[in-house]
Design a protein around this ligand. Structure first.
Ligand SMILES: [Zn+2]
Ligand SMILES: [Zn+2]
Length: 324
């Protein structure tokens, strides 16, 4: 089979390797679509021990298994199922396991991968292949972050909300916010095309770096230090800044009056609990037309090196690696 190799220094090649064999408790998945994700940029720069790709959709090819032939997404956090977190439903933050598919074991920039059975999320027939991967990071991660903080900032008392970063997770946050009852949504981004996309989704512009407006809820989806620090300054007293965007770099914070002289919540959320999946399918069903607009390219694995570069340059929102 063909699989991508991330060498580091922005170099990707496609190699022919042996098809993996499922071990006990695993199944073989034939990949149909894997969405590119900005978080893989780290691996593009540093190199990866395993094949990356963690927004994976495919068909189980495991004769005799109950899910053989079923269309499934891959829920990437491997989880023990019995620790306090897992029992509370927080399968994305298991206390015993820290393996993520596509990070700590091979992922979906390949024709096949093996998947622990517990990580299979069967996809209903009315969700087409081309939008199925959006149920993971774009919908799942964004909607979970907002659901997590809703009790602190209920829509009725919150007023305008700011989303910083209008990439796939930011756009996913815009749609999720509107569906959860936050109607007045502002977006900031450096790219004009992304602001226009956000406007076409009913959001308004908030200029990057502006202190002119303050917000009770800020959903930070860029991972940019400047956006995080600004969020701490312009979040209103008793408000919430959620950090959904990620960064690997040290983040120096200059604590000033705007940050020091108020009570506020700064919240990190990661991925989503498995139990959110049914809610996320409902959200996708209701908003198919808008989510579909985020998928702006599909291509074969031979084009991955070029398309990954274009994606990192911000030319594309949510391109999909696609297998026939
Ligand atoms: Zn991702
Ligand atoms: Zn656990």
């Amino acid at each position: 089979m063909e699989a991508a190799v991330f060498h580091g220094d922005k170099k990707i090649t496609v190699a022919t390797v042996d098809r993996p064999v499922a071990g006990p408790g695993e199944v073989l998945l034939k990949v149909r679509r894997t969405a590119l994700c900005g978080s893989d940029t780290k691996l593009w720069i540093k190199g990866a021990e395993f094949t990356p790709g963690h927004e994976i959709f495919g068909v189980v090819q495991q004769p005799g298994h109950a899910l053989d032939g079923r269309r499934c997404l891959v829920y990437i956090p491997v989880h023990c199922g019995h620790c306090d977190s897992c029992r509370a439903g927080d399968t994305q933050m298991c206390l015993n396991e820290s393996v993520l598919v596509g990070w700590n074991r091979p992922g979906g920039y390949a024709e096949y991968l093996t998947v622990p059975e517990q990580c299979l999320l069967p996809v209903p027939d009315d969700i087409e292949d081309d939008i199925a991967p959006l149920l993971l990071d774009t919908i799942g991660t964004a909607a979970h972050g907002i659901r997590f903080v809703m009790p602190l900032v209920p829509p009725a008392d919150t007023g305008p909300v700011l989303v910083t970063g209008a990439g796939p997770v930011g756009m996913g946050a815009v749609v999720a916010l509107q569906n959860l009852g936050y109607q007045d949504v502002y977006v900031s981004d450096l790219k004009e095309e992304r602001l226009q996309l956000a406007e076409s989704f009913g959001a308004k512009r908030h200029p990057v770096g502006s202190h002119d407006r303050r917000f009770k809820l800020i959903v930070e989806c860029s991972g940019s230090h400047a956006a995080r620090s600004l969020g701490m300054e312009i979040v209103l007293p008793r408000g919430v800044l959620i950090l959904i965007g990620e960064s690997d770099l040290p983040w120096p914070v200059q604590e000033n009056k705007a940050i020091r002289r108020k009570d506020f919540y700064m919240v990190r959320t990661f991925y989503f609990p498995k139990s959110d999946f049914a809610l996320n399918v409902e959200l996708l069903r209701k908003e198919k037309a808008r989510y579909r607009r985020l998928v702006d390219a599909q291509f074969g694995i031979d084009q991955l090196p070029e398309m990954f570069g274009r994606f990192v340059a911000g030319e594309l929102v949510k391109p999909l690696l696609s297998f026939a």
